[in-house]
Design a protein around this ligand. Structure first.
Ligand SMILES: NCCCNCCCCCC(O)(O)C(F)(F)F
Ligand SMILES: [Zn+2]
Length: 666
């Protein structure tokens, strides 16, 4: 299994800066790179990465995206006088040139290509390039928004041409719209470009009509451009997650990319003078994690923006720690998305509905949106150039991101004697069995002198305690009676006052009487409609074709289990595979991989002892290896989608992160 995280950085890219007064450009300073790299050093992350050298992009590389006349023009800038540089700069917007910026721009683009080469040839699993100048605003024949060459666009074309990549997903979480990337690929169905960006109904830079949600791509590229406009500032972690769960991830899994490129701008984080958002740096740990089970884990992040040096450095470290496989921090107290974010999600899903089967049941455009379209045209005339005012984001403070400690044992396993312990795992037995356990479990155990059932259960309970004290990250246990073992875990977690999310994949209904006390929440996948309504903590998901329905399960996992799980914020995730369920191995691994974003990766996988063939693949994903790709997903069954929508409607008043439409009241 491929491992290793590449870090690409060269201090040469700090050797250019603004040489004259320009309020619009003064935030783009060399210190952006030095503070980021220094933070990685301080946190011991550089030593854990594979350092990959930069290289200069060649003319041929640059001409994959840019015109010859533009390249020739930029080539002249190293020899220009200060006046010439200022004059040359005038022809572009919000960007500056410097005698050394052409050299640095070649290194920035070359860094992205080095990253693609190392990931595509399997020298590393994933990685990030810390570069400047950034790239996502630069266009075929124009520099723009601090960008000279479009680093990520060049990397996408390069990956297709040199490595035969067929489908590239570009995720642009920078707070500005990467219009340069949109223009480059808007008619190209092989590159899916996703961007969210501060928009404020076209009042925010670069104030483009084509940054709105209804610009979905052109001709064959229709549906392969996704714009999520933020029409208000102050967006929080929950708003970002809501867009991943209800827009990006369902489409990304349907697209099934061979490679994921990230325009990793961190001006979307709190404290940034450009974004003025409120999402905290640890959110990037989750955003990165949620992409890492796509494309067999081939994720290449390239730095774009980020101007608050404190939140930038923290966000960069959060991203690297997740790329390195460290447990994600707890997503604490998420409430639902704000009204404005919900409107954006609603509009994007309805605009993209014709192109993606995962959205075919999405609600139509809200009526208010149709009416305000006219009002916006009127505003066009009234729009006045915003005067450059100083943002006082310096005094905004936020808590330091939590420590993310990797337990010394990553994956512990409790297996019957005949079953080998998979490489990298540690066999676990309970060294101090609790003599009273039989008594405590008598309500569950059918006959309490069944010694090996008792020993398995005591290992199980001991394993949970080792996870809760962070001695062990996650675990895999094979048992004879899965239902009984599940009840034992539920009871033991409750006795430790730990909140457990149980995801149970079965075929039939299962005998379980969950106390509706909120200490446990169960999502139960089956092929049978569950008639009894067990309250907000028991969520039956019925799939007509049962758990063999890959797109049905993935639709429910991304659009229901993840939002629920993130909002419930469990201390433990219990993944139970009933003997009768017919889930595919890859989907099972995706479930394990995706849900590791919760509970600091304290995932306990429970299967029947005859599922020996699943031990190695399940363990591989628990060890942090990416789950295998599922292939492009076709649409889920209509009646399953309708059932899921009914379930969402029922639950979303309690679990607001499930919402995907804005109430029409405006
Ligand atoms: N208040 C100053 C106005 C600045 N207007 C231009 C903003 C450019 C943003 C560049 C970026 O952050 O998107 C990149 F990732 F490219 F670096
Ligand atoms: Zn930006």
């Amino acid at each position: 299994m491929q491992t290793g995280t590449a870090l690409i950085y060269d201090e040469e890219m700090t050797k250019y800066k603004l040489l004259w007064v320009d309020p619009a450009c003064k935030i783009e300073v060399p210190e952006r790179l030095t503070v980021s790299h220094e933070a990685l050093v301080k946190n011991g992350l550089v030593d854990r990465c594979v350092s990959v050298p930069v290289r200069e992009a060649t003319d041929a590389d640059i001409l994959l995206v840019h015109s010859e006349e533009y390249l020739e023009a930029v080539k002249k800038t190293p020899f220009m006088t200060l006046e010439d540089l200022m004059e040359f700069t005038q022809q572009y917007g919000d960007v500056y040139f410097h005698p050394n910026i052409y050299h640095c721009a070649k290194l920035a683009a070359g860094a992205a290509l080095q990253l693609v080469d190392n990931v595509m040839t399997g020298k590393v699993r994933n990685g990030m390039a810390l570069v400047r100048p950034p790239g996502h605003h630069s266009m075929r024949s124009a520099a723009n928004g601090f960008c000279v060459f479009n680093n990520v666009s060049i990397a996408a074309q390069y990956a297709k041409q040199k490595h035969g990549v067929e489908r590239v997903l570009i995720v642009d979480w920078d707070v500005h719209h990467g219009q340069g990337v949109q223009y480059c690929f808007e008619d190209d169905p092989s590159v899916l470009y996703f961007s969210w960006h501060r928009y404020e109904h076209q009042k925010f830079w670069p104030q483009l009509r084509e940054s709105d949600y209804d610009c979905v791509g052109k001709a064959k590229g229709a549906g392969f451009n996704i714009n999520v406009p933020w029409n208000k500032v102050g967006m929080q972690n929950t708003d970002y997650l809501s867009v991943f769960f209800h827009v990006l991830l369902p489409v990304a899994y349907e697209f099934c990319p061979d490679l994921v490129l990230v325009c990793a701008g961190f001006d979307a984080a709190i404290g940034d003078p450009e974004g003025e958002m409120c999402a905290t740096p640890d959110i990037f740990a989750h955003l990165t994690h949620l992409l890492m089970n796509l494309a067999d884990g081939k994720v290449c992040a390239v730095l774009e923006g980020g101007y608050n040096l404190t939140s930038l450095a923290q966000s960069v470290c959060q991203t690297f720690q997740t790329l390195l496989g460290d447990p994600t921090p707890l997503p604490v107290n998420l409430d639902g998305p704000c009204q404005s974010a919900l409107e954006s999600v609603h509009c994007v899903r309805s605009a993209q509905k014709p192109y993606w089967s995962c959205l075919k049941h999405a609600a139509d455009l809200p009526t208010f949106e149709l009416s305000t379209k006219r009002i916006k045209v009127v505003e066009e005339e009234e729009r006045t150039e915003k005067v450059e005012e100083e943002k006082n984001t310096e005094e905004i403070v936020w808590p330091d991101p939590p420590k993310r400690v990797s337990p010394c044992v990553r994956t512990a396993v409790v297996l019957p004697d005949g079953v080998d312990c998979p490489d990298g795992c540690k066999r676990f037995t309970d060294l101090h069995p609790d003599p009273l356990l039989g008594k405590k479990l008598e309500n569950i155990l059918k006959d309490s002198n069944d010694s090996d059932a008792l020993s398995t259960l005591s290992s199980l309970t001991a394993l949970i305690e080792k996870m809760e004290t962070n001695k062990i990250c996650n675990g895999l246990v094979l048992v004879r009676d899965v239902s009984m073992a599940m009840m034992c875990v539920v009871q033991h977690a409750a006795s430790l006052n730990k909140r457990a999310l149980i995801v149970c994949v079965a075929n039939e209904a299962i005998p379980i009487d969950l106390t509706d006390d909120g200490k446990t929440i169960m999502v139960h996948f089956s092929s049978k409609e569950s008639e009894e309504q067990k309250g907000k903590y028991y969520i039956p998901v019925c799939l007509k074709k049962g758990c063999s329905d890959t797109s049905g399960i993935m639709q429910a996992v991304l659009g229901l289990v993840l939002p629920l799980g993130y909002q419930y914020n469990p201390d433990l995730v219990l993944l139970v595979r009933m003997p009768d369920c017919r889930i595919s191995e890859s989907v099972w691994q995706q479930l394990i991989g995706i849900l590791q974003g919760l509970a600091q990766e304290h995932t306990l996988v429970l299967m029947q002892e005859n599922e020996k063939a699943s031990v190695t693949p399940s363990a591989s994903t628990l060890l942090g290896n990416p789950a295998p790709r599922l292939g492009p997903l076709q649409g889920p069954q209509s009646d399953d989608v309708e059932a899921l929508e009914r379930l969402r409607q029922k639950l979303q008043s309690d679990w607001t992160l499930l919402q995907t439409t804005a109430p029409d009241s405006r």
